[in-house]
Design a protein around this ligand. Structure first.
Ligand SMILES: Cc1cc2nc3c(=O)[nH]c(=O)nc-3n(C[C@H](O)[C@H](O)[C@H](O)COP(=O)(O)OP(=O)(O)OC[C@H]3O[C@@H](n4cnc5c(N)ncnc54)[C@H](O)[C@@H]3O)c2cc1C
Length: 311
């Protein structure tokens, strides 16, 4: 049987930019938050060696380094951090119940910051060349592809938006799509088709990413004929979707059609006292600074909620 550990006023679930910022704010409100990191300490940001668009760092900052700095700041004000994974929650009882692999906690208030995972192609070379030509975020990395001939995999709205954004930097952007028609809206499609920098490679899937120090070629397969060929590239953006980590909350919290936790303007979910911040609740912005900002906002809402509970 799982051992009871302890009760907390507030628990922060997730150790990315949103989670550590929520921990910082609730710690400064003297709520002694407990943050559960999950498997990826510092979240997706830890996968990139240089973040150039987080304010206050004119020369950029490493993703892990930024995470460490926010953690240090949160701990300084009394946040506690536990390296464990949330395995289940019960939001029907008060206080809420949170099970980790090491034990059980109860909490008056929760801030869920469990982020999202970009869908991967799962082909050889993808992991090896991530950060060396393979990217999952045009806003983050577009700048690095000035005057390059690059590719983007996907056929939905986000893929087209990212392709159009990338034309600001790249010499050409070829959209690789598994079918012969896009899934994106008509306006975006027209914009892409009319942009002289955008090209299309229809009925094609990437089977392998090849290179030496950095990416050089893609092995693509024709989905109709099965024929394979190698094409040169200087970069590939994977834009085939995002999976917010909401599985634990299915049936307990309302989820939007985009797959994120449904939150109101105060970042409260469909259950009073349960707040959410960062990519688990944000289908649009998906940045370190916006996730951290949501973490701060959710923590302010959580603090007000707890103040009202005490009255
Ligand atoms: C390769 C890459 C490069 C990027 N570059 C940039 C950039 O240059 N600039 C920029 O602004 N953005 C960048 N981003 C996007 C940015 O990293 C994300 O928007 C941001 O990290 C989202 O923060 P988050 O806290 O909402 O979630 P995440 O960073 O996704 O963190 C989620 C946290 O939840 C934890 N978690 C998940 N499941 C559980 C569980 N069951 N129990 C407990 N904890 C759990 C994870 O361990 C993790 O700590 C990049 C993303 C990637 C993938």
């Amino acid at each position: 049987m799982m051992e009871f550990v302890e009760h907390r006023q507030v628990m922060v679930l997730g150790g990315g930019p949103a989670g550590f910022t929520a921990a910082l704010y609730t710690a400064r409100a003297d709520l002694k938050p407990l943050l559960v990191t999950g498997m990826t300490l510092y979240g997706q940001a830890s996968q990139t060696h240089l973040i150039e668009n987080f304010p206050g760092f004119p020369k950029g900052v490493g993703g892990t380094e930024l995470g460490q700095l926010i953690e240090e700041q949160a701990r300084h004000f009394g946040a506690e951090v536990v390296f464990d994974v949330v395995t289940s929650v019960n939001l029907e009882q008060r206080p809420f119940e949170v099970c980790l692999s090491s034990g059980k906690y109860t909490a008056d208030c929760l801030i869920i910051c469990m982020g999202a995972d970009s869908r991967r192609l799962d082909v050889p070379g993808e992991r090896e060349f991530t950060g060396k030509g393979v990217s999952f975020c045009a806003t983050c990395d577009g700048w690095f592809f000035k005057d390059k001939d690059i590719h983007i995999v996907g056929g939905g709205d986000s893929a087209l938006e990212e392709a159009l954004f990338l034309t600001r930097f790249a010499r050409s952007v070829t959209i690789i799509h598994r079918r012969d028609a896009l899934r994106a809206g008509a306006i975006l499609e027209n914009r892409a088709r009319n942009n002289p920098k955008v090209k299309f490679l229809w009925n094609a899937v990437v089977k392998e990413i090849l290179g030496s120090e950095k990416i050089e070629e893609l092995l693509v397969e024709d989905t109709v004929t099965g024929e394979q060929k190698r094409i040169s590239t200087e970069g590939v953006f994977v834009s085939i979707g995002h999976n917010p980590n909401t599985t634990l909350f299915e049936g307990q919290l309302k989820i939007t059609p985009a797959g994120t936790l449904d939150v109101d303007r105060q970042l409260q979910t469909s259950v009073e006292g349960v707040f959410a911040a960062g990519e688990i609740a944000d289908p649009y912005f998906k940045q370190v600074v916006t996730s951290a900002g949501m973490g701060a906002a959710a923590a302010i809402s959580a603090t007000k909620y707890l103040e009202n509970l005490e009255k």
